[in-house]
Design a binder for this molecule. Sequence first.
Ligand code: NAD
Length: 486
Amino acid sequence: MQEFKHFINGVYIGSQSGKTFENRSPVDNSLIGLVHEAGREEVDAAVAAARAALSEPWGKLTQAARIELLNKVAERINERFDEFLEAECRDTGKPHKMAAHIDIPRGAANFKAFSETLANHPTEAFRLDTPDGAGALNIGQRTPKGVIAVISPWNLPLLLMTWKVGPALACGNTVVVKPSEETPATTTLLGEVMNECGVPPGVFNVVHGFGPDSAGAFLTAHPGIDAITFTGETRTGEIIMQAASVGLRNISLECGGKNPAIVFADCNLEKAVEGSMRSAFVNCGQVCLGTERIYVERPLFDAFLRRMKEETAKLKPGRPDDPEANFGPLVSLEHREKVLSYYRLAEEEGATVEIGGGVPDMGAALNEGAWISPTIWTGLSDDARVVREEIFGPCCHIRPFDSEEEAIALANDTRYGLAAAIWTENSSRAIRVAEQIEAGIVWVNSWFLRDLRTAFGGAKQSGIGREGGVHGLEFYTELKNICIKM
Ligand code: NAD
């Protein structure tokens, strides 16, 4: 039986309490292994190891030496690509095809992308005139923030965790990671890679467990943590923000979304359908940037809906290693119950179920898994809960609109502000509309097209702060101004 242990000070250790919980496959509900649940002892040990490593040896390394080590980590993930792929797909059930294209390569690239940004980032300097004429020189010096707690979700486990660990370590911090209880495997495996690459013990630590009254809460409340970076639900973000308020610790929050797409009649229909299919259904709809509300200009509405239904009918669910499969299960039976409750609610709220709406028959070998049908609704009112709340499943509501102003108002009618997609061949309209959308990321004629140097983060209740490129420096470093009088 596989065991997922904590990784503390370069060594894998089990919980002192002996407490474990089951990790089950979403494909067929079979048992994958047992995960050790951290108590306060393990969290204390992980934070102590991270703090000890902070000044020495990690803090004594030059930036170039740190970057070289992190480049090695990226290369080693790629060398062990198949093991990471297998581990990620076992935990999440997602198709190998998808994880081999997105999760694992991006998981590795995250260690390189930020290193290059950092190596090329200039130091801020201002010369100040003074009454005596001699002047003064101001130099902005960035120092590591300290020990960073990284709390990550289950939908893109390796990618979203390394998106934080890469810049945190490059800036000279040390980390304690608490991966999602649903997906412990790739974060655990990364410990081996850190050791193989010679990253000093204590720089990268992992504790497993749940949120409330478990590893997540113990870690975020720990006074030895200097800053917390979190990706997950907005409600959890609020709780973590409260924990961070004790001791005025800094936070970075990447939270939920209810992202809109606006499809204008002058778009390239096939491109809009291809992009909207991905944004609604890739990763079984479990992408924070995914589209759950699609607004289509009325003259195109019928054609767009028909093409979406045709393409949805072609999605092929199957085991991760099935080369034909492009649609996996949801992450767990528990999450399926949540998504199905919205499928039921949609009908209660008066939706027309255009396609899907339930659970597919996957055959005896897979029917115990967390499978669900991709679903399209029409006909809901703008205040329906299904249109307002994040579902995080393979589903979207499609509604017609008549004017640009109406489309913008509908898109912005949400407490979230993570991402949006606009489909039009009219570039001045694209810019005009994009400027009025209340979101951190707006794509025009694309979706999930990411340049890792750009800012990533949400407006409104989708988060606080920006990650990516130089923007990550604000969170992962302390900016000190040194003023030298000449
Ligand atoms: P979640 O909030 O339930 O859990 C995320 C992590 O927080 C897990 O590791 C969990 O154990 C931990 N946690 C839960 N309660 C905690 C507590 N009280 N204290 C400390 N830690 C706690 O989210 P999830 O279900 O794993 O992920 C799905 C959500 O993540 C969706 O809302 C999605 O939109 C969001 N998400 C956002 C982004 C983004 O970049 N904005 C990316 C991916 C996912």
